[in-house]
Design a protein around this ligand. Structure first.
Ligand code: ADP
Ligand code: MG
Length: 675
C-alpha cells in the first residue's frame, strides 16, 4: 500500500505519518487487518503448505545471497526439521538478529522453494525458551515499510491506555441500530478475548466491525452534509423567470422533452427560484439529452437578468456545445460567447471583455472560463459538464466567478445510488433515466483481433452505403507519446487498407483548430472513418456515425467503453459497436468485456465496474478529495442510508455531538472535503 509513495523521511514519525497516525484517536482507529493465531506452536514437520502457522525455531546461520536479487536467507530448525527464511527486502538490523543459536517464533506459510521448504517474509520475534504463548488472537495491523508489527502494536496499546473513549452516539440510537458501544467495540477489535474464533472475528459483519463501519460512514455523511448546509446558507439570487425564453426554445425544438427531462427541468427551475444556491447534479446516461436541460436552465437565468456559463472538459466537447447552443439560442436573440485556450489572443480578450461587461449573457468554454482574468458581470448560474472529469476545486471555481451563483453539475457516468449518496451527499441529484425515443439500440460484438479483416470489410460496406464509423485506437495509459504514435500508425494502416474511403485522425495533441477542422469535416460527412483516441469519449454527437470499432477493448475501463459506445446509436440507423480484443484475455479483462457485451444499462455497468475494481479506482478518490473508507463498504446500502439519516438528524439537533464525532474520525482532515 503506502510503500510505493515517495519516502516521507525514514523517521518513526515519518512512517507513522504515512499511515495517517498522529493523534491518540488515529492510533485507536487504526484497526487490525486480520488476526493470527499464535496461541500454539506447530512442529516444522507438521507444516502444511498454504496454511499459516507459528513455529519455534533456532537459527543455524544466515547469508546474503544474490539470485539474482539481493536477499537475506536464514537457516532455522526445530526438533522435527529445518527450513529457510527468505527476505527480499530487509534491514541490517534483521540480519543482526538472525545469529546462530537465537531462538525465534516465526509466523508464516511454508512453501516448497528452490532450496527445499521455506517461508518468504515471515513475521518473527526473538524469544527465550519457555516464554509464555499469547492467550488470544494476535492482531495484525496495516503497516508500511520499516515499521514492524511489534512497534505499531506497542504504540497502539499506549494510545488505548490514554485515549478518550466517550461515545459520540447516544445510547438510544445504539439500541435502535443494534450497535455496540464505541469503547467496547474498539477494545474488542484490538484485544479480542482469548476464546474468540478467528473466522468469526474477521467477519466484517461482526457487531464491533459494524459499529466502526457505521461511525466511519457517519463521519463522511456529517462532513459532506455540513459543507452542503454551509454553502446553502450563503444565499443566492432568486431567479424568477417569465418563462418566455424557455417556452420559445421548447417550441423551436424539433422534439419534445422526455418525461425524465421534464422532471429534471422542473427540479432545476424550482431550485433556481430559491434564495440559496442550487447544488445539483444532473445525471444521465450518454445520449439522454442533458444539453437541452442545461440550455433551459441557462435561459431561465438569462430571463432573470443574470449570466450563465457552461464549462466542458475538452475543446471538442466545448465547441460542440457552443455550436448546438448557439444554433438554439441565437434565433431567440441571445448572444453566446465562446472561450477556450486555443482562441487567438485578440478574440479571447474580446470575449473576456464582453463577459466582464455583461454584454453576453451566456459563455461556453473549457478551463479557460476559470482563468483568473475572466470575470463575469453578474453570473447567476454555473454549469459544469462531465463534472467527474474535473477536480472538486475546478468544479467549484466556475461558480465562484459569480458571488452567489447557482451550480449545476452534469455527468454521464452513472453512479450507483449508494455511491452517489456517499460521494454526492453534498449535492442534490436529478436523474435522466430514459433515452429520447427513436434511438436504435447498439449491437455490441466481441471479435478477436485475428478477425480484423472481417471488421474492415464491414466498415467498408457501412461507409459505402453512406454511413460513417469511428475507429478507436488502443489505450496506452503509461505514455502519451506512445499513445500518439499508435494513433498515427492506426491511421496510416487504415488509409492503406481502405483506399477508397476518406479517413480522418483526431487525438489530444492536435492543435485545437486542427481538431475542430477534423470534427467539422466528420460532421459534414466528408470523412468516412474517424480514427480517434479517447478524446471522443465524452459528448461527441454525430448521428450519422453508426459503427464503432474499438481496438484492444480489453485495455479500457468499463465506464469508458460504455461512454465510447454511446457515440453511436444516435441516429435512425441500426448501430453496432465492435470490440476487438487481443488473445489471450486475462480473467478480469474477460469479465469486463462480458459485462459490456451483456448490458447497455449504464447503471448496471457502473455497478459491475465498481464490483470489479473497487470504489477507490472507480471514483478517482484522490480527485474527489475524499478519504477512502477503510472499514465501511459503499455497497452496503442499508448502512449508508442509516448513516445519512442519522447525520441529518444529529446536525439539526446536536451539533456538539456532530463535532465530536467528526473530530474523532477525521481530525484535521475534514478540510479535504471542503475544497
Ligand atoms: P447527453 O446527455 O449525452 O449530453 P445530448 O444532450 O448530447 O446527450 O443529447 C443527445 C442527442 O439527443 C442530441 O442530438 C439531442 O439534440 C437529442 N435529444 C435531446 N433530447 C431529446 C428528446 N427529448 N427527443 C429527441 N432527441 C433529443
Ligand atoms: Mg453531453
Amino acid at each position: 500500500m503506502a510503500d510505493k509513495k515517495p519516502q516521507q523521511g525514514n523517521t518513526l514519525a515519518g512512517r507513522l505519518a504515512r499511515l495517517g497516525l498522529k493523534s491518540d484517536s488515529d492510533f485507536v482507529l487504526h484497526l487490525p487487518l486480520r488476526y493470527e493465531d499464535e496461541t500454539c506452536i506447530t512442529a516444522l514437520a507438521d507444516a502444511r503448505p498454504g496454511i499459516a502457522a507459528q513455529f519455534e525455531v533456532e537459527v543455524l546461520g544466515n547469508e546474503i545471497a544474490y539470485r539474482p536479487r539481493r536477499q537475506l536467507l536464514a537457516r532455522v530448525r526445530d526438533a522435527s526439521g529445518a527450513l529457510s527464511l527468505r527476505f527480499l527486502n530487509f534491514y541490517p538490523s534483521q540480519q543482526k538478529v538472525l545469529q546462530p543459536g537465537t531462538r525465534l517464533r516465526v509466523f508464516g506459510e511454508v512453501h516448497e522453494g528452490y532450496l527445499g521448504p521455506e517461508i518468504i517474509h515471515p513475521r518473527f520475534h526473538v524469544v527465550a525458551a519457555g516464554d509464555a504463548l499469547p492467550e488470544g488472537l494476535t492482531p495484525v495491523y496495516p503497516t508500511t515499510a520499516g515499521l514492524g508489527q511489534a512497534t505499531l502494536r506497542r504504540l497502539i496499546e499506549k494510545a488505548l491506555a490514554r485515549a478518550d473513549f466517550a461515545d459520540t452516539l447516544p445510547p438510544e440510537l445504539l439500541q435502535r441500530l443494534d450497535l455496540p458501544g464505541f469503547a467496547e467495540a474498539i477494545r474488542f477489535l484490538h484485544t479480542p478475548p482469548p476464546d474468540m474464533v478467528q473466522a468469526v472475528l474477521e467477519a466484517r459483519d461482526y457487531p464491533a466491525w459494524r459499529r466502526m463501519q457505521f461511525d466511519e460512514l457517519l463521519a463522511q455523511q456529517l462532513s459532506l452534509r455540513r459543507a452542503y448546509l454551509a454553502r446553502r446558507a450563503r444565499g443566492a439570487p432568486r431567479l424568477a423567470p417569465s418563462a418566455k425564453l424557455t417556452d420559445a426554445l421548447l417550441r423551436s425544438l424539433p422534439f419534445r422533452l422526455t418525461a425524465a427531462q421534464q422532471r429534471a427541468w422542473r427540479e432545476i427551475a424550482a431550485d433556481l427560484g430559491q434564495p440559496h444556491p442550487m447544488q445539483r447534479l444532473l445525471q444521465g446516461d450518454v445520449g439522454s439529452g442533458k444539453t437541452v436541460v442545461a440550455a433551459l436552465a441557462m435561459l431561465h437565468a438569462v430571463e432573470a437578468g443574470h449570466q450563465a456559463a457552461l464549462m466542458a472538459p475538452t475543446e471538442i466537447l466545448a465547441e460542440q456545445h457552443y455550436r448546438k447552443l448557439a444554433a438554439w439560442l441565437e434565433p431567440l436573440g441571445i448572444e453566446v460567447a465562446w472561450l477556450t485556450g486555443s482562441l487567438k489572443k485578440r478574440d479571447k480578450e474580446a470575449a473576456i471583455a464582453k463577459v466582464g461587461a455583461g454584454d453576453t449573457p451566456i459563455a461556453i468554454g473549457t478551463h479557460a472560463l476559470i482563468e483568473d482574468k475572466v470575470e463575469f458581470a453578474r453570473l447567476g448560474l454555473a454549469i459544469v459538464d462531465e463534472q467527474h472529469r474535473f477536480g472538486v476545486r475546478q468544479r467549484l471555481a466556475l461558480k465562484d466567478k459569480g458571488s452567489f451563483a447557482h451550480q449545476l453539475a452534469m455527468s454521464a457516468t452513472p453512479i450507483p445510488r449508494t455511491l452517489a449518496m456517499s460521494y454526492y451527499a453534498d449535492l442534490d441529484v436529478s436523474v435522466l433515466d430514459e433515452l429520447p425515443p427513436g434511438r436504435s439500440p447498439v449491437t455490441t460484438k466481441l471479435v478477436a483481433e485475428a478477425r480484423r479483416d472481417e471488421v474492415l470489410a464491414r466498415v467498408h460496406d457501412a461507409c459505402r452505403s453512406g454511413r460513417q464509423a469511428y475507429w478507436v485506437c488502443p489505450l496506452i495509459e503509461e505514455s502519451e507519446t506512445l499513445q500518439l504514435k499508435t494513433a498515427e500508425e492506426t491511421y496510416a494502416r487504415l488509409v492503406a487498407e481502405l483506399p477508397d474511403l476518406k479517413i480522418g485522425l483526431v487525438h489530444g495533441r492536435l492543435k485545437a483548430a486542427d481538431k475542430a477542422a477534423v470534427m467539422a469535416a466528420f460532421v459534414r460527412n466528408e470523412i468516412h472513418v474517424l480514427v480517434a483516441t479517447t478524446v471522443i469519449e465524452v459528448g461527441v454527437d454525430v448521428p450519422n456515425a453508426s459503427l464503432m470499432v474499438i481496438e484492444h477493448a480489453e485495455r479500457f475501463g468499463l465506464a469508458q467503453l460504455h461512454q465510447l459506445r454511446g457515440r453511436v446509436g444516435r441516429g435512425v440507423d441500426a448501430s453496432a459497436c465492435i470490440l476487438l480484443y487481443a488473445q489471450p484475455l486475462g480473467e478480469l479483462a474477460r469479465a469486463r468485456l462480458k459485462v459490456i457485451f451483456e448490458s447497455t444499462d449504464g447503471f448496471a455497468i457502473a455497478r459491475e465496474d465498481l464490483r470489479l475494481r473497487g470504489p477507490g479506482e472507480f471514483i478517482g478518490a484522490r480527485q474527489s478529495g475524499l478519504p477512502l473508507l477503510r472499514y465501511a463498504d459503499l455497497e452496503d446500502a442499508a448502512l449508508v442510508e442509516q448513516a445519512r439519516a442519522v447525520a441529518e438528524d444529529i446536525l439539526r439537533t446536536d451539533p456538539v455531538r456532530a463535532e465530536a464525532h467528526l473530530q474523532r474520525w477525521l481530525g484535521g482532515r475534514e478540510e479535504l472535503l471542503k475544497a
